[in-house]
Design a protein around this ligand. Structure first.
Ligand SMILES: Nc1ncnc2c1ncn2[C@@H]1O[C@H](COP(=O)(O)OP(=O)(O)O)[C@@H](O)[C@H]1O
Ligand SMILES: CC(=O)OP(=O)(O)O
Ligand SMILES: [Mg+2]
Length: 452
């Protein structure tokens, strides 16, 4: 039973073809820079060396055509596209309509279309992917897996904004939350690592990639999350501003005579860490330019449990030379904002916290950021293990990075959103799936071995 999953982003299409019967990935890859003459296609399949090439890919339909051609071409792993049993699509915004993964029909397509105005950067490419595959393979069932669905358990006091209430009732203005498949996957894996049932597990999951979002998870269900009505709210991100005073865009729009579309572009694409540093959004560049090295922390910082004001933030690093001040500032802002969310979610969970999970590109690969976020929290029962923190990254696989006697555990768990798309696709079609809260995923089984 071959399942294809697609994640159509604004300028990329990620795909994964998975054989459910043998539990093996047959092919996976990515079409980058869709809409340009220099699109790059990366294609990896089980028995061949990876393929990378560049060509003009005008739109998502062309990108999906390219993927299908590769799957049945000379490096392909299918004889015929009709071997594909079902297709799962990531859809970022499901609004209040979709609280679980759903079989796509014309009504679902029209609802996703209506929701596009709530997520103008994300839903239109998701929809383009659905329509393109529907045209190419009209008889293959397609399933939508919504980023927002995992957060449908958030209570009203955490999702209603302090705005005119009719805006919520008439226009659906409320917190929705995103990255649901990632928070779902890592929370279930964390319960396995704790050797607890997910329904007895309280967690704070930190998805730190280009987009950044956190989730407070009580008894396995999301009770709060940092992203909001759109994926623009929350902690500072690569190019998105996150939490700011809502008066600022209105004030600056008038001052610089900007249209709403220009302002949206600035808040989404020219702000965040890129805005602060003026040049970088990739954390690797920021860390390099800040010239702070996790291997060069003042031992005083490890030895003294209670931080003193003199010794806060970047003074903990013994610097060989002065780093770029705005990169240093960007790093401190990011770590400080994450700490503040951790504090508020710790209270939201009444202090009953089993583990904190770091995931996604930065969460999995930056021991420096993890250290800056978690230092001197011993009083809350969080005691980091220096060596384990230095070691953990995407390729080490799941790791605990706290001392054995740490009351609250901290895990690094490589996320696997595609696995959720695949399982939901199979589950919806088998009729076994009621909701993510009740469903038992294969990756919740102790015998499940995640990919490294
Ligand atoms: N070794 C590393 N140290 C710090 N950050 C890293 C490292 N490796 C990758 N990253 C960061 O991961 C980010 C991408 O994360 P990812 O989860 O792939 O994001 P997205 O899926 O939102 O594009 C990049 O901005 C990069 O800064
Ligand atoms: C919702 C969202 O921000 O997704 P991504 O991180 O993939 O852009
Ligand atoms: Mg991602």
């Amino acid at each position: 039973m071959k399942i294809l999953v697609l994640n159509c982003g604004s300028s990329s299409v990620k795909f994964d073809l998975f054989d459910w019967t043998t539990q093996k990935t047959l092919a996976k890859g990515l079409v980058e820079r869709v809409g340009t003459i220099n699109s790059t296609i990366h294609y990896n399949s089980a028995n061949q060396s990876p393929l990378v090439f560049t060509k003009e890919i005008k739109d998502h339909t062309k990108a999906i055509n390219e993927v299908f051609n590769l799957l049945v071409g000379e490096n392909g792993c299918l004889k015929d596209l009709n071997e594909i049993y079902a297709i799962g699509h990531r859809v970022v915004h499901g609004g209040e309509k979709f609280k679980k993964s759903t079989l796509i029909d014309d009504k679902v397509i029209s609802t996703i279309q209506k929701l596009s105005s709530l997520a103008p950067l994300h839903n239109p490419p998701n929809l383009a992917g659905i329509l393109a595959t529907k045209e190419l393979l009209p008889n293959v069932p397609q399933i939508a897996i919504f980023d927002t669905a995992f957060h449908s358990t958030i209570p009203d006091y955490a999702y209603v904004y302090a705005l005119p209430f009719e805006w919520y009732e008439k226009y659906g203005i409320r917190r929705y939350g995103f990255h649901g498949s990632s928070h779902l996957y890592v929370s279930r894996r964390a319960a396995v690592m704790l050797d607890k049932h997910i329904k007895d597990t309280n967690l704070i999951t930190l998805h730190i990639g280009n987009g950044v979002s956190f989730s407070a998870i009580k008894s396995g269900a999301s009770i709060d999350t940092s992203m909001g009505f759109t994926p623009l709210q929350g902690a500072v991100m690569g190019t998105r501003c996150g939490d700011i005073d809502p008066a600022i865009p209105l004030y600056m729009q008038e001052k610089l005579k900007l249209s709403p579309a220009q302002m949206m572009d600035i808040l989404n694409k020219q702000s965040g860490l890129l805005g602060i540093t003026g040049k970088y959004y990739d954390r690797r560049d920021i860390i390099n330019s800040a010239k702070v090295d996790i291997n060069n922390i003042d031992e005083y910082d490890y030895e003294n449990l209670i931080g003193d004001i003199e010794h806060e933030h970047l003074s903990i690093f013994k610097k060989a030379e002065e780093g770029d001040p705005r990169c240093m500032l960007a790093l401190q802002i990011e770590a400080y904002e994450i700490r503040k969310y951790l504090g508020s979610y710790f209270f939201a969970l009444n202090g009953y916290l089993d583990a904190i999970v770091f995931t996604a590109g930065v969460g999995e690969n930056s021991p420096l950021l993890r250290y800056m976020v978690l230092r001197k929290l011993e009083n809350l029962g969080i005691i980091l293990d220096k060596e384990k923190n230095l070691k953990a990254n995407s390729s080490t696989g799941e790791m605990t990075i706290t001392k054995d006697y740490s009351k609250v555990k901290v895990f690094v768990i490589p996320t696997d959103e595609e696995r959720v798309f695949i399982e939901d696709t199979v589950a919806v079609l088998s009729g076994n799936y009621k909701s993510h809260v009740s469903y038992e995923y294969t990756f919740q089984k102790k015998s499940y071995k995640p990919l490294k």
